[in-house]
Design a protein around this ligand. Structure first.
Ligand SMILES: Cc1cc2nc3c(=O)[nH]c(=O)nc-3n(C[C@H](O)[C@H](O)[C@H](O)COP(=O)(O)OP(=O)(O)OC[C@H]3O[C@@H](n4cnc5c(N)ncnc54)[C@H](O)[C@@H]3O)c2cc1C
Length: 400
């Protein structure tokens, strides 16, 4: 019996692949089963001062993700004998990765792309997993999806259940049970009662923070002593009637040496401009995202402490300056350009390959595997879902 813990980028595909092969699979998910359109209610809260975006519900953070799908860390993973070439092709085909049709590129995104080309930057349309025929272009991708037009891990869990997997939601895994360093089961809490399920193989995909906590409780105490989160800010300003707030978000991409930029609406930008006549329709803004060093840690009660290094800040500053040039070229009033606070939405690196797991993603406890953002050895500084999906496909093949 396989037990998969978590239904986000890591867990969903593993459950699907194993169940479709006729394996006995039980999926334990801490959050509830919800409709995608309700996902914005399930963002987590952290009590430390870190501004970190994660969710607890079916599909994990993939359900609020922008469906951006790019390959990352190919070279770095080769150093750990992890070649994802075939797995990438499989998952790209499975989730339908493509650049959006021009019918789904709005005025603001086009202005971003045109400015990027004009400034000689490496500029392209973002590869996405969105079905244009269903997308209503509401601009609210990060709320969930009102039209179910985006791929999310929930799609794979539904397929797994259809293929015979058992899904237990609102089941918080607390510990992996093992004897003589071999997995025997999983302890979880459901309806305030402690339950135990027997397992031959366990795949831990509870996300960077959830997996670190479970590993620690299970005796792998080094988990979660370092963490990255791909810091980002959104920089933007005033441009009359651009209506960027209702476009498909993050449909363009500029790739810099130490950052990536993508058009992204934030209502915080309007709040920066002291003019009551400016509305959300008059804002064009750009997300600046960088790779950060793995400085920081997960506390025993699930909070995150993040330490920013000089290099982290330098990369962010380079990205912000470039975003400023693009905004000006796109027609934004330079006197109105401001930034949001510093945030993170891609926590990872808490159980890295080469330290906590081997190149088959197995821990020092036999038959306990980790497959989610935790295992990434360094910060990708770009959307990690596709890489996590490819790692899941590779692990599923290994387990099969
Ligand atoms: C607003 C937003 C937009 C994003 N957009 C993109 C994008 O466009 N492209 C991209 O590549 N990345 C994007 N990301 C990042 C991406 O969603 C995450 O990096 C990715 O989902 C991480 O995968 P994971 O499997 O590690 O964790 P998750 O996807 O978060 O899954 C973890 C799962 O484990 C469950 N869980 C946690 N603890 C327990 C427990 N104790 N017991 C049982 N279950 C548990 C959670 O409920 C969740 O279902 C975005 C993130 C956010 C917040």
């Amino acid at each position: 019996m396989f037990v998969v813990i978590g239904t986000g980028a890591g867990g969903g595909l593993l459950a699907r692949e194993l169940a479709k092969e006729g394996r006995e699979v039980t999926v334990l998910e801490k959050g509830p089963y919800i409709k995608s359109k309700d996902a914005f209610n399930y963002y987590d809260k952290y009590s430390s001062d870190v501004d970190l975006l994660t969710t607890t519900c079916i599909g994990g953070a993939t359900i609020v993700a922008m469906a951006n799908m790019v390959r990352a860390l190919d070279e770095e993973l080769l150093d750990f004998d992890v070649d994802l070439t075939d797995a990438y092709e499989y998952v790209e085909d499975l989730v339908g990765v493509h650049q959006l049709d021009d019918s789904h590129i709005g005025k603001g995104t086009q202005a971003f792309l045109d400015a990027g080309y004009k400034l000689g930057l490496k500029t392209l349309k973002m590869p996405k997993a969105i079905r244009e025929e269903d997308c209503i272009q509401c601009g609210k991708c990060a709320f969930g999806c009102f039209a179910d037009a985006k791929w999310s891990g929930k799609d794979f869990v539904d397929e797994a259940v259809e293929a015979g997997a058992t899904l237990i939601t609102e089941a918080e895994v607390t510990e992996i049970i093992h004897e003589n360093d071999i997995v025997t089961g999983v302890k979880y809490i459901k309806n305030d009662a402690e339950e135990i399920i027997e397992a031959d193989k366990v795949i831990l995909s509870a996300g960077a923070i959830g997996s670190a906590l479970i590993l620690r409780k299970s005796g792998i105490t080094e988990a979660g002593r370092e963490i990255f989160f791909d810091p980002f800010v959104t920089v933007g300003g005033y441009i009359k009637d651009i209506n960027f707030n209702t476009e498909v978000q993050m449909a363009g991409l500029v790739i810099g040496e130490n950052f990536v930029l993508s058009p992204h609406f934030s209502s915080f930008i309007r709040a920066n401009i002291p003019d009551d006549n400016v509305t959300d329709n008059d804002i064009l803004s750009i997300m600046v995202k960088t790779a950060d060093e793995c400085k920081g840690y997960v506390t025993d009660d699930g909070d995150v402490v993040k330490i920013n290094t000089i290099t982290d800040i330098r990369y962010l500053a380079e990205g912000v300056a470039t975003a400023g040039f693009i905004l000006k070229e796109a027609g934004v009033d330079p006197n109105t350009i401001g930034s949001t606070v510093y945030r993170g939405a891609h926590p990872g690196g808490t159980a890295p390959i080469g330290k906590i797991v081997d190149s088959n993603l197995e821990t020092e406890i036999s038959n306990l595997f980790v497959c989610d953002a935790s295992v990434l050895p360094i910060s990708p500084g770009k959307p990690p879902i596709l890489t996590i999906l490819a790692l899941s496909k590779r692990l599923a093949d290994y387990l099969k």
